[in-house]
Design a protein around this ligand. Structure first.
Ligand code: PHE
Length: 473
């Protein structure tokens, strides 16, 4: 039953900031610059942007429309449009487990970022550049305290509901984030040698592009826009009928890509200004080692020109920026199981946030002790030729493998079960110009054909490479 009491976003800009808050995350600020640096700079950006607009925006519109039409999160949406077909309820379940598990690993990253921010503010930037600092940090008991602080931040926002919590939080944190990002870029670009980094970033090198880079660009775009996690279905269910889904999706995608691009203008020039002879081949592909071991060195090196306090201030602004980006993403993803509990179990928001929150806290603790604190979680399982920690498993299974599968399922569901006509009708509500537009024709063609095909190929390729060490491409 569709109830009228469902909460809604209070304004268009509120929705856009909340959805952009979900999309802009660690993936944009760190993942994208590293990928671009290693894979041909502007050439990577070009391929990435094509994927964002030709593949991700249509999927985003499909997710938002399905959610707004059903007035439910993903689990309710699959049930609502396929009430008698139990098989279609399975993707709904997967669409709840996925955000839950992604939350777990993202929470761990967020508490590390928060911990680093606290350490910088207490004068420890220099200590962070010691080789064994990060290893000790992730095994220290203080993480329990940081977890508590992050849980309180996220919990208070979610308790306060869609308008007073999620929307208000995004309205404060997102403008602050844009401002800090621009200020840092201006500061970095005025450092010596920064232009070498800009040149490296913006001069395209198409010779670096191969099948696996293309696959990586696709996965990066999909993750960065928060697709396949049920977030946009849930946020769609909080959208008013008169809102324009097509324009909103384009704006969110544009904002997300702009932040990723700008983050590249920050991170690469900073690296080159630190060492003009940087060989980007050597940059680790992992965002984790970049944020936690490499960037502190770069910030510390700035003390020669701006002093230790100045260098610590720049580092603190950077970590606050990443922390805000991570918080708004975390809030959006936890809202998925919260909304599911409210819709499916008919419990109050307070009860839903408390029980989902407790489950996430327990699972996140199991995850952050998997770096050595607890043997069972550290050597959780074995595949692909190596021991895998609980953290590795979540990353491999949910982030790398299941996301494209969820994307595939939602496309097939929307086009072949709910129906293209219903999708068109839903989008036209609030966007009358959509009827008979080029965009409509494109969506009707692409969402039922090559978009799901590409997503399922990414899925199959990942399964074969990750778990069977067979590479298709
Ligand atoms: N879009 C986010 C990012 O780029 C991904 C994400 C969203 C992760 C929501 C967790 C929760 O980092």
């Amino acid at each position: 039953m569709v109830t009228n009491s469902r909460e809604h976003f209070g304004s268009r800009i509120g929705f856009i900031l909340a959805a952009a808050g979900s999309a802009v995350g660690i993936g944009n600020l760190v993942g994208f610059p590293v990928n671009a640096a290693k894979n041909g700079g502007a050439a990577f950006l070009f391929i990435y942007a094509i994927f964002v607009f030709l593949i991700c925006v249509p999927v985003m519109m499909a997710e938002l429309s399905a959610g707004r039409a059903s007035q439910r999160g993903p689990i309710g949406t699959y049930k609502h449009f396929a009430p008698n077909n139990k098989l279609w309820h399975l993707p709904g379940v997967l669409a709840i487990i996925t955000p839950f598990m992604i939350t777990v690993f993202y929470t761990v990253l967020t508490i590390w970022i928060f911990g680093y921010l606290v350490e910088i503010l207490t004068g420890n930037l220099a200590a962070m550049t010691n080789g064994d600092y990060f290893g000790n940090f992730i095994n220290s008991k203080i993480l329990f305290g940081y977890l508590l602080v992050v849980a309180i931040f996220v919990g208070v926002t979610l308790f306060s509901g869609v308008q007073n919590g999620i929307e208000r939080g995004a309205k404060i944190m997102m403008p602050a984030l844009f401002f800090m990002l621009i200020a840092l870029v201006i500061f970095i670009l005025t450092r010596d040698n920064a232009l070498a980094g800009v040149r490296y970033y913006l001069v395209p090198d198409f010779s670096k592009i191969n099948a696996s880079v293309i696959n990586g660009a696709m996965s990066q775009a999909f993750f960065s826009l928060s697709l396949g996690m049920g977030i946009l279905v849930t946020y769609g269910s909080y959208m008013e009928r008169f809102e324009n889904i097509a324009n909103s999706a384009k704006m969110v995608a544009f904002a997300d890509t702009a932040v990723a691009f700008t983050a590249g203008l920050l991170v690469l020039p900073a690296i080159f200004s630190f060492n003009p002879n940087t060989n980007t081949e050597e940059l680790s592909s992992s965002s984790v080692s970049l944020i936690f071991t490499f960037l502190p060195q770069i910030f510390l090196a700035m003390q020669d020109s701006i002093g230790y306090i100045g260098a610590s201030a720049v580092a603190a602004i950077f970590f606050t920026l990443v922390f805000f980006a991570a918080l708004t993403s975390l809030i959006s993803i936890i809202e998925v199981p919260v909304a599911a509990a409210i819709d499916q179990l008919c419990v109050s928001r307070t009860k839903a946030v408390t029980s989902v929150g407790l489950a996430i806290i327990v699972a996140s603790i199991s995850c952050f002790v998997s770096f050595g604190m607890v043997e069972f979680f550290t050597k959780f399982t074995y595949y692909g030729g190596a021991d895998k920690s609980f953290f590795d498993v979540i990353l491999d299974v949910f982030y790398d493998t299941v996301l494209p599968l969820n994307g595939f399922l939602i496309c097939i569901f929307v086009v072949y079960k709910w129906g293209k006509n219903n999708l068109s009708k839903e989008i036209s509500d609030g966007a009358p110009e959509y009827e008979n537009s080029f965009l409509q024709k494109y969506l009707n063609l692409a969402l039922g054909t090559f978009i799901p095909l590409i997503l399922i190929l990414v899925f199959i390729n990942t399964v074969l490479t990750k778990y069977f060490s067979i590479s298709l491409i």
